[in-house]
Unconditional design. Structure first.
Ligand SMILES: Cc1cc2nc3c(=O)[nH]c(=O)nc-3n(C[C@H](O)[C@H](O)[C@H](O)COP(=O)(O)OP(=O)(O)OC[C@H]3O[C@@H](n4cnc5c(N)ncnc54)[C@H](O)[C@@H]3O)c2cc1C
Ligand code: FES
Ligand code: FES
Length: 505
């Protein structure tokens, strides 16, 4: 690939015991391209090129205090420069290549062999890397990996030959093999060296990777034309599928302030650059009923890269976190540099959007925080995602409801919906139909009528307009039943045949 020298920048990361320093990497290049084409590390495969299959999974790590924090990510949609200053492992890096141990496989690989976890093998490097991520995060820290943990860890990896049972067996079996650890002290000291090198370099505006909020806002003010990126799980597809190229990129993922989750008495403040994995962990700690919903957001490698801020800012009408956040009463904090001051404004999340993928953010503003009110004793809240596949699929319809009942009446109601309008929306008419009414089946029937007519969804490949309206209002009935403690609905047990007929267009 020919490169424009204006769009290149040095890239440094830790790999195989040392610092890899590439003097001029095109800033639009994906990590997978750098691995396969520049470094000739072809063990990492390309399947879909859009984050869906996991063949390209690699593991990155960053300093987290005195330890490393490991994440399995999709290299196909991640811009290479986003890993500047991190440690990287590909499937070639797990087994020793030199010395007496050269023929020894890593426990993740050995377990795959022992459990017959690979047939054609195309998916195998990705599976091994997802297992390695789990091995480093759990086994090496003395934590057991359950079958459910293994399923979650492999949720972004597709295998069409072997079947998942032997691979899940391998995930459990690798824990019993002799432990193989990473020399974390060496990695941490090399990462520190990279960060010293980076501090001494001149700014390069082709790919800006600020490390604090002041730097981010200054860059945003000076370069409002730069493409803002976070985990790149939406933007990466614009590069790989739509062949977009950016003259300047402003990456928010290393901004220390925006990577924090802060707990206050009344709310949780989630920095826009907090990964979906960590953001959902915080939300689930406060509302454990959200665990299944969190698991159903993409697969783990996408959640490890993608950020909550990216989901909200992208503003897709079928984005999953927004209906939930609307129902929970979340607000967003937007920030910009104003002269020598930092200016900010806060607004309800639903007021961020002005149209299909359009929002009120000015060219020099960034989304900085998402503030989510904490759960209260009196609330009853649920969120439902309806998609064609149970796992790793985008919503056709999403409904989130949060009510407070006092003395048998609805004291407050907030309802967020996805997949039924050009933006994520708040169902204000339906809320009005509920507030002040007795919490009964009759009230719900009325509210279902209102909800069914409140939006005018479109038909597309995911569902017909009729299906969306019907399912949306039926979900309110499900919410009512669950509030009565009579039904604990598992979507897999529902009779979806009738709905499925309407869903096909
Ligand atoms: C395989 C796959 C499965 C997926 N499944 C789901 C799913 O189940 N549910 C779902 O909702 N989404 C899903 N997505 C979409 C995507 O993962 C999410 O939208 C994700 O949260 C985007 O975050 P990001 O950090 O990757 O954003 P990026 O791709 O980096 O950016 C997305 C947009 O947000 C803007 N942006 C990012 N951060 C900021 C900021 N701080 N301030 C202002 N603007 C900002 C960017 O400029 C860009 O326009 C999936 C994607 C893939 C590839
Ligand atoms: S190649 Fe399919 S997820 Fe990257
Ligand atoms: S072994 Fe062939 S796709 Fe998994």
């Amino acid at each position: 690939m020919s490169t424009n020298p204006m769009n290149t920048k040095p890239l440094r990361f830790f790999r195989r015991g040392e610092i890899v320093s590439l003097p001029a990497v095109d800033t639009n290049r994906t990590l997978l391209e750098v691995l396969r084409e520049d470094l000739h590390s072809c063990g990492t495969k390309e399947g879909c090129g859009e984050g869906d299959c996991g063949a390209c999974t690699v593991v990155v790590a960053e300093a987290n205090g005195a330890e490393l924090k490991y994440s399995a990510i999709n290299s196909c949609i991640r811009l290479a420069h986003s890993i500047d200053g991190m440690a990287l492992w590909t499937v070639e890096d797990l087994a020793p290549t030199l010395g007496a141990a050269a023929s020894k496989l890593h426990p993740t690989q050995q377990a795959m062999v022992d459990c017959h976890g690979s047939q054609c093998g195309f998916c195998t490097p990705g599976f091994v890397m997802s297992l390695f991520g789990q091995y480093q995060s759990k086994t090496c820290k003395g934590q057991a990996i359950s079958r459910a943990d293994a399923q979650a860890a492999l949720s972004g990896n597709l295998c069409r030959c072997t079947g998942y049972r032997p691979i899940l067996d391998a995930a459990e079996a690798m824990q019993a093999l002799p432990l193989q650890t990473v020399d974390e002290a060496n990695v941490l000291s090399k990462l520190e060296q990279i960060s010293d090198i980076r501090r001494g370099l001149e700014a390069n505006f082709a790919y800006m990777l600020p490390v604090n909020l002041a730097e981010l806002l200054a860059n945003r003010a000076a370069h409002p034309d730069a493409q803002l990126v976070a985990g790149c799980t939406d933007v990466g597809l614009w590069v790989t599928k739509m062949h977009m190229q950016f003259a300047k990129v402003l990456d928010v993922t290393q901004v220390a302030e925006l990577r924090r989750v802060e707990h206050y008495p009344q709310h949780i403040a989630i920095g826009a650059a907090v990964t979906l994995t960590d953001a959902f962990a915080a939300l689930v700690t406060d509302r454990p009923q959200l665990a299944e919903f969190a698991h159903r957001f993409a697969g783990l490698p996408v959640r490890n890269s993608g950020t909550l801020g990216g989901n909200v800012a992208n503003g897709s009408p079928i984005g999953d976190s927004m209906p939930l956040l609307i129902a929970l009463g979340a607000s967003v904090v937007l920030m910009r540099q104003s002269g020598r001051r930092i200016a900010h404004r806060e607004l309800p999340l639903e007021d961020l959007y002005t149209g299909y993928r359009k929002n009120v953010m000015a060219a020099d503003e960034v989304l900085a925080w998402i503030k989510v009110p904490k759960a209260t004793e009196a609330e009853f809240s649920r969120v439902y995602k309806i998609s064609k596949r149970f796992e790793d699929d985008i919503s056709a319809v999403c409904l989130a409801v949060n009510v407070q009942i006092a003395n048998g009446r609805v004291r407050s109601a907030s309802i967020g919906a996805g997949g039924v309008a050009a933006t994520p929306v708040r169902a204000r008419k339906t809320e009005a139909a509920l507030v002040g009414q007795p919490w009964t089946q009759d009230t719900i029937r009325q509210a279902m009528q209102t909800l069914r007519g409140e939006f005018t969804p479109i038909s597309d490949m995911r569902a017909t307009a009729g299906y969306r309206s019907t399912v949306l209002s039926n979900l309110l009935q499900r919410f009512w039943l669950e509030s009565q403690g009579t039904v604990q609905t598992d979507v897999r047990s529902l009779d979806l045949d009738a709905a499925a007929q309407e869903m096909a267009v």
